[in-house]
Design a binder for this molecule. Structure first.
Ligand code: ATP
Ligand code: MG
Length: 388
C-alpha cells in the first residue's frame, strides 16, 4: 500500500515523537479496492494536546478537539488526526456525546462500524486488520464489527451506512448483519432526517443500489412515509433504469407517492432543488408526449425544458429525444423570453395588463405552429388581429 507523501510525513512525525500512528478507515478500504480515497484520516495514540504540540508549527484547526480530532492543514488539504478512542454511553441510538481516549489501536478499531472500515495502515506495521476486513473486501461483504445487533442498536445510522456501502461498492450484506439491521430498523426513527437523507442519497446514486433497495424494503419503510408495497419493486426498477440523482429521486417518488410525491420527499429534509424537481416531474409524469415538433414545443412551453427532457429519458423514446436535440440545435423558441417581442412592445398597440399576457401566449402558440416567424414586425401584425 502506498501512502501520499504528506500523509506519510504526518505519520512519521507522530512516530518520531514516540507515538503510534496509522492511516485508518475509508482511505485504507478505498486504496485496497484500487480506488482513490477522497480523504486520508489518521489515528494515533497521542492525546489531542500532544498532537497539537507536535504540529504547533503548522496550521491546525481545533474544532474537533472534544472528540479527539486535530485537523492539520498541509498544502491547503485538511487531515484529521484523531486519538485512539472508544465511545461513551449510547443514548437513543444516537452517537454518544462523550468519548474516552485509549492508547491501544485495537480498541479504536473495535468501535468502528464494519470490518472493511476497521483497518489501519502504516509502513512499519503494514495493514492492521483485526476483523478480517481484507477477506470481506475480497468477498464483497459488509459485515458489522463485533455483535451486529448491539452495533446497530448503539447507533442506528449504521443501518443506513451498511446499505449505502453495499450499494456503492455493489457488495452484499452478510447474513447476520442483514438480520440485525432489519431487526433494528425501527430505531432509525431516532436519527436526524438530514443524516438519513445523506446516506439515502448516496444509495440512490449507487451502482448496486437497486439490489439493496429490493432486498431491504423494511428499512426503506422506516425512513419514508407509508407507501404501497405492491408498487415498490417496480418503482425501484424504474428508478434505476434512469441516470442522474435528481431524476432518480423524481422517478422514485412520483411512482411511489403519485400526487403526494412532493410532501413525501419533503419529509426526508432534502434540498430545495431536488424537492422542486420532484414536484414538477410528479405533476407531469403521465402527460402525453408525441414525436411531433409543434406539440413537443408546446409541452416544453407549458412544462419546462427539464421536465420534458426528463420524461423523454424515462420513457426512452428515441424519436422524441431526437426532436428535442433538434429544438436545442436549431434554438427553436419554446418560452416567452425567446419571443422576439415583449409586453413592452405590445403597449404601442394599446395592449396591456392581463390581455397582453394572453396575446403573448397566443403569439407563442402561433410561432410554435409555424404560422408566424419569430420577427418583431410579423408578430406585431399578428397581435393587431387579436384585438377585439
Ligand atoms: P466515505 O468518507 O467514503 O463516506 P468513510 O469510511 O471514510 O467513507 P466516514 O463517515 O468518513 O466514512 O468515517 C470514517 C471512519 O469512521 C469509517 O471508515 C469508520 O471506521 C468510522 N465510522 C464512521 N461513522 C461511524 C459510525 N456511525 N459508527 C462506527 N464507526 C464509524
Ligand atoms: Mg471519510
Amino acid at each position: 500500500m502506498l501512502l501520499p507523501k504528506d500523509v506519510e510525513n504526518l505519520i512519521n512525525r507522530l512516530q518520531s515523537a514516540g507515538y503510534e500512528a496509522y492511516a485508518v478507515g475509508g482511505c485504507v478500504r478505498d486504496t485496497l479496492l484500487g480506488k482513490t480515497p477522497c480523504d486520508w484520516d489518521i489515528c494515533t495514540s497521542a492525546l489531542p494536546w500532544e498532537t497539537l504540540q507536535i504540529f504547533k508549527d503548522m496550521r491546525v484547526i481545533e474544532t474537533g478537539l472534544k472528540h479527539g480530532t486535530v485537523t492539520v492543514i498541509v498544502r491547503h488539504i485538511p487531515y484529521e488526526i484523531t486519538t485512539f478512542r472508544i465511545d461513551g454511553e449510547y443514548l437513543d441510538s444516537r452517537r454518544p456525546e462523550n468519548v474516552s481516549f485509549v492508547r491501544d489501536i485495537k480498541e479504536d478499531l473495535s468501535r468502528r462500524d464494519f470490518t472493511v472500515n476497521a483497518m489501519a495502515y502504516n509502513p512499519q506495521k503494514g495493514i492492521v486488520d483485526l476483523f478480517c476486513g481484507q477477506q470481506d473486501l475480497q468477498k464483497g461483504l459488509i459485515r458489522a464489527v463485533g455483535d451486529a445487533e448491539k452495533r446497530f442498536a448503539e447507533d442506528a445510522l449504521r443501518i443506513m451506512r451498511a446499505l449505502r456501502f453495499a450499494g456503492v461498492y455493489d457488495f452484499e450484506i452478510e447474513k447476520t448483519t442483514a438480520k440485525a439491521l432489519n431487526k433494528n430498523a425501527p430505531l432509525l426513527r431516532n436519527i436526524a432526517k438530514e443524516r438519513i437523507f445523506a446516506e439515502f442519497k448516496k444509495l440512490l446514486d449507487s451502482c448496486g443500489g437497486e439490489k439493496i433497495l429490493l432486498s431491504f424494503p423494511e428499512v426503506i419503510q422506516e425512513i419514508l412515509p407509508e407507501f404501497n408495497k405492491n408498487i415498490y419493486p417496480l418503482a425501484v426498477n424504474k428508478t434505476f433504469s434512469v441516470n442522474g440523482l435528481k431524476l432518480r429521486f423524481a422517478v422514485f417518488f412520483s411512482l411511489l407517492y403519485k400526487e403526494n410525491a412532493y410532501s413525501a420527499v419533503r419529509t426526508l429534509k432534502c434540498d430545495n432543488e431536488t424537492a422542486d424537481f420532484v414536484k414538477n416531474l410528479s405533476h407531469s409524469y403521465d402527460i402525453p408526449l408525441s414525436p411531433c415538433l409543434p406539440l413537443l414545443r408546446k409541452s416544453i412551453f407549458e412544462k419546462g425544458w427539464e421536465v420534458v427532457w426528463s420524461i423523454a429519458k424515462i420513457r426512452k423514446n428515441e424519436d422524441i429525444t431526437k426532436l428535442l436535440f433538434q429544438i436545442k440545435e436549431e434554438n427553436l423558441p419554446c418560452s416567452l423570453k425567446e419571443l422576439a417581442i415583449t409586453g413592452q412592445d405590445l403597449k404601442a398597440l394599446d395592449i396591456t395588463g392581463v390581455f397582453a399576457g394572453q396575446v403573448l401566449k397566443k403569439l407563442m402558440y402561433a410561432l410554435m405552429d409555424e404560422q408566424v416567424p419569430n420577427n418583431k414586425q410579423a408578430l406585431l401584425s399578428l397581435a393587431k388581429t387579436f384585438k377585439q
